[in-house]
Design a protein around this ligand. Sequence first.
Ligand SMILES: [Zn+2]
Length: 295
Amino acid sequence: MIRILATAFAALAGLAFGSFLNVCLSRWPGDESIIRPRSHCRSCGRTLAWWENVPLLSWLALRGRCRTCKAWIGWRYPLVEMALGGLWAFIAWRFLDWPTLSALPEPALLRESARTIGQAAFCWFLVALAALDAEYLWLPDRLTWPGMAIGFIYSIIPLPFGGTLAIFSFGHNVHLQAAIASLMSILAAAGLILLIRWIYKLIRKREGIGLGDAKLMAMLAAWLGLEGALLSFFLGVALGSVVALIVLALPATRADSEEWALQRLPLGAFLGIGGIVSVLWGQPIIAAYLRWSGF
Ligand SMILES: [Zn+2]
């Protein structure tokens, strides 16, 4: 019963934080304040009634259009809210598995609780960055740098009973060693993207991958270590390729394929989705891969 209630609470909290995130996602690109003015229609400027701010339900009730000017509100609002509500609910549900939890000694229980909060926070960053990159091809420094810093601090927080808070733990029990390993992971992950960016520029003679992607990779490494960042990268690239192939196969895009060849794919959005999969299932995937490859 508590598990169901707590999961429902996490889902509602996710919807609320997703709703707040939507305000940020609408206002950051234009460099507007996220506090003032109050929520209003982006088209006619009318201040929203309280019920029009209720996440998801108001969008459904209004069928995605402004009550007065009928302007299309957009898919991003319900999608971001559902994504965060769903992710937080899933994280809470998985964590609140009583037989497993009650068997844990107290220190491990504390660590797992703290890691769960970290996973939820990290997912908020990833949803924000994926949505911004999908919509504006923009991975702002105001998210990537703090995300990187919080992830780094988080993964090196020493616990009194040994180990760190890192979401993935592959050893590194000495604290200094954990900090150095985390820093090396961040640099290596960013370096990988910079290298690909440089090679791409050399061959195609134009920008293909932004610096934002390098910072996002660094952020993934800060939270998940190099293994987790690489897994996110492979998942993201695989997903991006599938989407690109589907888009290219559509008759509408085939007509002007020249133009499409110059289109930039939101690599950051795919990296973000790869990151979310890695947070949730990365450790078993990597463990299975290591077993399979005989390490
Ligand atoms: Zn309006």
